[in-house]
Design a protein around this ligand. Structure first.
Ligand SMILES: NC(=O)c1ccc[n+]([C@@H]2O[C@H](COP(=O)([O-])OP(=O)(O)OC[C@H]3O[C@@H](n4cnc5c(N)ncnc54)[C@H](OP(=O)(O)O)[C@@H]3O)[C@@H](O)[C@H]2O)c1
Length: 266
């Protein structure tokens, strides 16, 4: 992959995760420009990651081979106003906005824009992201997108745009579900007498270790759960309670709600 000029429109949380991933991957050759409204945020991003920060979207996109749209879905149309005439014709346009369709992006940028829709997640900040892409654009644009995404973790493609709602519900919003689990485990550990820092460490390292086993063991979540559940033991007591209280059903409903919200946003 040639040296790429990458421009971000919007330098918020998710953009920062991707910038950190690209910078941390050793792709020092890539030039990164970030267009961001807030001066304080521009100062922070340039001092933390050594990226070039500007206040004007048109300045940011002029030389960009890859344009990453990192504003909120409801900010997107305004952010793209008049931008297409300043873009390179072969620029890859990556949108990370939840729910915004390729059709809307083409309406705002023109039908010839090389749009790639991506759903990343925040662990990209540590190079442990999960990103999924959908695009009808040429293979080169998908390869460029994967080049960026793979520096921040893993990536997959889906062939139907409709599936991006399910992706958003599982991996896009997913880290928050596990943070909630860790929060509750920590708080309950404290109630049971553990020092706050000890309970926090136990919850965090447990979520990390379980995730690492799931990724690296080659076994399914169900198999791993059975493996740590001795009949009549402590884990069995906890899981029985979770089933009695309807935890699996609640998680199912939560994931469906996220998918519905993604559909509403589009
Ligand atoms: N956070 C996640 O876990 C996650 C996961 C997957 C996908 N996403 C997607 O990532 C996108 C960004 O989310 P986020 O959480 O990073 O939001 P965010 O922190 O609010 O970042 C958006 C940034 O863009 C700035 N901005 C707004 N309009 C702009 C414009 N016209 N030109 C330049 N900058 C502009 C915003 O400034 P102001 O604050 O002043 O408006 C803000 O700093 C969203 O579309 C979201 O759907 C997020």
């Amino acid at each position: 992959m040639q040296e790429l000029n990458i421009a971000f429109i919007g330098g918020g949380n998710m953009a920062e995760a991707l910038i950190a991933g690209v910078r941390g991957s050793g792709h020092q050759a890539s030039q990164i420009t970030v267009s961001e409204l807030k001066q304080a945020r521009r100062d922070y991003l340039s001092s933390e990651y050594g990226v070039n920060c500007v206040a004007s979207n048109t300045d940011a996109v002029q030389h960009a081979d890859v344009l990453i749209l990192g504003v909120k879905p409801q900010q997107m149309q305004a952010a793209l106003e008049g931008l297409s005439e300043h873009m390179k014709a072969d620029a890859s346009v990556i949108s990370i906005a939840a729910g915004l369709t390729t059709k809307s992006l083409h309406e705002w940028l023109g039908v010839s824009a090389n749009v790639v829709r991506v759903m990343p997640n925040t662990p990209a900040l540590l190079g442990a992201g999960m990103s999924v892409l959908f695009s009808n654009a040429d293979e080169m644009h998908k390869l460029r997108t994967e080049y960026v995404l793979n520096s921040c973790g893993e990536s997959l493609r889906v062939n139907e745009e409709q599936l991006m709602h399910a992706v958003t519900a599982v991996s896009g919003s997913g880290p928050a579900y596990l943070f909630l689990m860790a929060e509750v485990m920590q708080a309950t550990g404290e109630k049971l007498g553990l020092e706050s820092e000890v309970a926090a460490k136990l919850a965090a390292q447990t979520v990390f270790g379980a995730g690492k086993m799931l990724v690296e063991s080659g076994r399914s979540a169900e198999e791993l759960r059975h493996q740590v559940t001795s009949p009549g033991g402590t884990t069995q007591a906890a899981l029985d309670t979770m089933y009695d209280m309807g935890v699996p059903g609640a998680v199912r409903k939560a994931v469906v709600a996220a998918s519905k919200r993604s559909q509403e946003l589009s």
